[in-house]
Design a binder for this molecule. Sequence first.
Ligand SMILES: Cc1cc2nc3c(=O)[nH]c(=O)nc-3n(C[C@H](O)[C@H](O)[C@H](O)COP(=O)(O)O)c2cc1C
Length: 218
Amino acid sequence: MNKMSFLSASLLLAFFILPFTSTFGEELKPIPLLKPQLDIGKPLMKVLSERSSSRSFSTERLPVQVLSNLLWAAFGVNRHGEGKRTAPSARNWQEIDIYVAMAEGLYLYDAKNHVLNPIILKDLRALTGKQDFVKDAPVNLIYVADFAKMGNASEEDKKLYSAADTGFISQNVYLFCSSEGLATVVRGSVDRETLAKAMKLRADQNIILVQTIGKPKK
Ligand SMILES: Cc1cc2nc3c(=O)[nH]c(=O)nc-3n(C[C@H](O)[C@H](O)[C@H](O)COP(=O)(O)O)c2cc1C
């Protein structure tokens, strides 16, 4: 191989191939989620009586069934004909996207197909907040409002409604965690600019809140 073709091959590897692989041959694959288990859980009043924020997480990974139930509870499709979801959204814009930061990389929840699609093969958990536990907890959900989905609403309304819509999703996660004995805390303390850059978000995608989930630390 001459010097020029070696240089071109190195550039190709550095900019186009390596960003999608951690080691040769390895890539971030979609995670097909399992059917949500609709017959589990504690009675609602018990769930409410135990809902709380926790900042103490085990590093143990969550099983795919738990992740599947969690994401469906958060903002899954519960009426397939209409494509409507487990949380309400202003004018049914459904503008909140849930990104999932785990050790192996960043995924985006596709609610319609109930699958986690790979976005970035990199552990971004440490960037999801300013508190120590975020880098070790198995799951950090990043609630991103896609302002492009909010029609001609004013900037003020986009901010107001996307914050409200995030609150409903976050509370669904709180209730699911309370029901399943998982630890969770929703967080506003996050360097949004740095995280948005690492996630390669567009200018009209806005990080609203982040939420950590895991088994409680023993
Ligand atoms: C919008 C919002 C932002 C929050 N941001 C953080 C945060 O950055 N870090 C944190 O540890 N807790 C955060 N919390 C959790 C609150 O501190 C917690 O809900 C409050 O102390 C009440 O406790 P409880 O949830 O156990 O009832 C936030 C809660 C909300 C609703």
